[in-house]
Design a protein around this ligand. Sequence first.
Ligand SMILES: Nc1nc2c(ncn2[C@@H]2O[C@H](COP(=O)(O)OP(=O)(O)OP(=O)(O)O)[C@@H](O)[C@H]2O)c(=O)[nH]1
Length: 236
Amino acid sequence: MTEKTPRSLRLGVAGPVGTGKSSVIATLCRHLRDEFALGVITNDIYTDEDARFLKSAGVLPEERIRAVETGACPHTAIRDDVTMNLMAVEDMERDFAPLDIVLVESGGDNLTATFSPALVDAQLFVLDVAGGGDVARKGGPGIARADLLIINKIDLGPHVDVDVAQMVADAEGAREGKPVLALSRKHPDTIEKLCDWVRQLHAAHAAGHHTPVDPGPMAPHHHPHDSNHAHGHSHD
Ligand SMILES: Nc1nc2c(ncn2[C@@H]2O[C@H](COP(=O)(O)OP(=O)(O)OP(=O)(O)O)[C@@H](O)[C@H]2O)c(=O)[nH]1
């Protein structure tokens, strides 16, 4: 028997380790939870740490935050074989139907991870100023083609000698007109812009006007410290 389940907007959040993916999700939950029915799926390699952080922050009822432990290269679970994540999203949608938005956090990795359009309808890519002002220029599929590129922690710019305006300009140059958002949890105006972007995306999705775009495959990469991944591979 196939049971028809309501289809939420599935929004992926990817980016290098520590750039603020969990914090962005926490911020979105706090500001949008009264407007939208939300759920969160986190991805960690061996732990449920991100889910525990979000639960302890009290951003949503605990049962609406679930962890997928990928047990391997975090790219795989969001790009090559999305089965575990897709099941987690569909279970969540069924258990709390109707949900408006399910946020899926990628495991923290390097610059190459992107979500499959089979898993998410749209994706955010999160960089931060602490990673260096030149990161945005380095490109990669997430930086170049995610639906929204976030330059996070702009409050730290002066402390790490990063010219935020220049970093945003570089990012815009790498994205051919796709949006870039300078964000800090300490700057409420930037949080409101992020929420507005999500509101517009949700409206477009609900109206059937949003078409998921694949940022493209990740670049070949290596896992030198992982005995299961001692080889280089491209995930193609
Ligand atoms: N100053 C400042 N710090 C921030 C901001 N957003 C997040 N942080 C801090 O950055 C650190 C990393 O944030 P997380 O949200 O855990 O980053 P993450 O990308 O989820 O990390 P992983 O899941 O380990 O990849 C934490 O110490 C946050 O408190 C911000 O806007 N400004």
